[in-house]
Write a protein that binds this ligand. Structure first.
Ligand code: FAD
Length: 447
């Protein structure tokens, strides 16, 4: 290795080009900073290359098969034949490539300097970048953003991590999925819909334990009706499966960064930042390396806020309205407080619950099992949380995130005219239920 002691100045140095890092780079550059971004793999990070995008591609592919089967009941010629996973993988790779190239071209167009290599701190304001096995470069930064993301914490040799299960070019006859989180659920449902015999072994007594209980129940029912055998409170699982996947905790990519050289502490293995995403005056951290939900849109929101702060704007990151989505059967989504969380915080709540069975669009789509459950403060009616199950839930949750951000109340939602026939009407109707004046459901009493 050639280790020169010359270094390049870097106005803003960003370590990691995932959704956190590349968004921070674009925003800081937009605001007049000169940004250098170090990425050891492909820009887009886990999200584009092996997480959100490939997993949603698989979920959509599998859902199309179920939809085709449902349409057959109303007269469409039935689906026949086995899904071609080799072709599917080609289309998945093409979608990922398109998006990765898109991010590269945005960075290039903005003037962000991208350096391919692996970064580590060698001083309080100095980073060393190993480029291949042959050379290194040093950068002396004014400000640095740690955005190196996370990786699967690792299971035993008999299982693979979820990202690998998105790359299979054949459908296993039998599949064991271990976990109770959204990633485990999405993989279990997708392969069941594609024809695998799937067992989902969840360690606790419910799926999605950190969601509202009603969503956990909907997730369990939906998975079972998609053909997944769900084993709750399951210990070590015995049996013969063609393949096995384990989903669990993710570990922040901090171990190779040599944080001590920069005087940075990560007491519980994650970085605890302030509202401006700072660890120190000139050291920022965003995305999965920070304590909180490991989600791409959270990383991007933090990236935007960090970019603003780097550009001299009075910005802050607020985690109250971070949506969470599950692309399973049915789709599930949540934002803000659960009923239990609000009660635990001593807030009296009013609940608006509207069943999709009373909605025209849901009847057309034979998707009547879902619901919208909205949590409002009893005092003033502000929207505190939304918990949705059913088609398009992952899109509808954006309206509820906006409602929380804007301080909207149950009256605001109830008085907003929603187009008919759409799933979005469920939100307006749930608000009416909470106000004790339901139109399309009988006998829903105000709580
Ligand atoms: P990452 O995306 O991990 O990016 C970090 C980047 O830093 C990587 O490109 C890495 O190569 C680079 N890097 C690491 N160390 C170094 C170093 N020393 N030097 C240089 N570069 C380095 N989130 C959602 O919001 N929605 C979803 O639907 C969703 N689905 C998922 C499905 C799966 C199967 C998985 C695994 C994750 C999913 N996620 C989803 C989570 C999401 O992918 C992550 O939260 C997100 O990618 C985190 O972004 P980040 O920028 O913090 O880090």
């Amino acid at each position: 290795m050639v280790a020169g002691d010359q270094s390049d100045p870097a106005d803003v140095l960003i370590l990691g080009g995932g959704p956190g890092g590349y968004v921070a780079a674009l925003r800081a550059q937009q605001l007049g900073r000169s940004v250098t971004l170090i990425e050891r793999g492909r820009v887009g990070g886990v999200c584009l290359n092996e997480g959100c995008i490939p997993s949603k591609h698989l979920s959509r592919f599998a859902a199309a098969r179920s939809a085709a089967e449902a349409f057959a009941a109303s007269g469409m010629p039935p689906f026949s034949g086995r899904p071609d996973m080799i072709l599917f993988q080609k289309s998945r790779a093409a979608a990922v490539d398109t998006l990765v190239k898109g991010v590269s071209s945005l960075l290039q167009g903005a003037g962000v300097k991208v350096v391919e290599g692996s970064a580590r701190f060698v001083g309080r304001t100095r980073v060393c970048v190993e480029i291949g096995e042959e050379s290194v470069r040093y950068f002396d930064f004014k400000d640095v953003v740690i955005a190196t993301g996370s990786r699967a914490a690792g299971g035993d040799a008999s299982t693979v991590e979820p990202s690998r299960a998105l790359e299979w070019d054949s459908i296993p006859a039998t599949l064991l999925v271990i976990g109770d989180d959204y990633i485990a659920l999405e993989i279990a449902v997708a392969y069941a819909r594609l024809g695998s015999q799937v067992t989902l072994a969840a360690p606790g007594d419910r799926l999605l334990p950190d969601f509202d209980r009603d969503l956990s129940t909907a997730a369990l029912r939906g998975a079972r009706s998609a053909g997944v055998e769900v084993a709750l409170s399951s210990g070590p699982t015995l049996g013969n499966w063609e393949r096995a996947v384990a989903s669990g905790d993710r570990r922040p990519n901090l171990d190779h960064l040599d944080l001590r050289a920069a005087g940075i502490a990560a007491p519980d293995g994650k970085l605890n930042v302030d509202a401006q995403l700072r660890l120190d005056r000139h050291v920022f951290a965003i995305g999965d390396v920070t304590a909180g939900l490991p989600l791409a849109h959270r990383a991007m929101a933090q990236g935007r806020a960090a970019g603003d702060v780097l550009g001299g704007k009075p910005a802050a990151f607020d985690s109250r309205a971070i949506p969470r989505t599950v692309f399973a059967a049915p789709e599930l989504a949540a934002v803000g407080m659960t009923e239990d969380e609000a009660l635990a915080a001593g807030i009296s709540v009013s609940i608006g619950r509207f069943p999709l069975g009373a909605l025209g669009r849901a009847v057309i789509e034979s998707a009547t099992a879902g619901f919208a459950k909205l949590v409002f403060a009893q005092d003033g009616g502000a929207v505190l949380g939304a918990h949705l199950a059913g088609p398009r839930a992952t899109e509808l949750v954006a309206e509820m995130a906006l409602a929380i951000e804007m301080g909207a109340t149950s009256e605001d939602l109830a008085l907003t005219v929603h187009a008919h026939p759409t799933f979005a009407e469920a939100l307006m109707e749930a608000a009416e239920v909470s106000l004790g004046r339901p139109i399309h459901v009988r006998g829903a009493a105000k709580r």
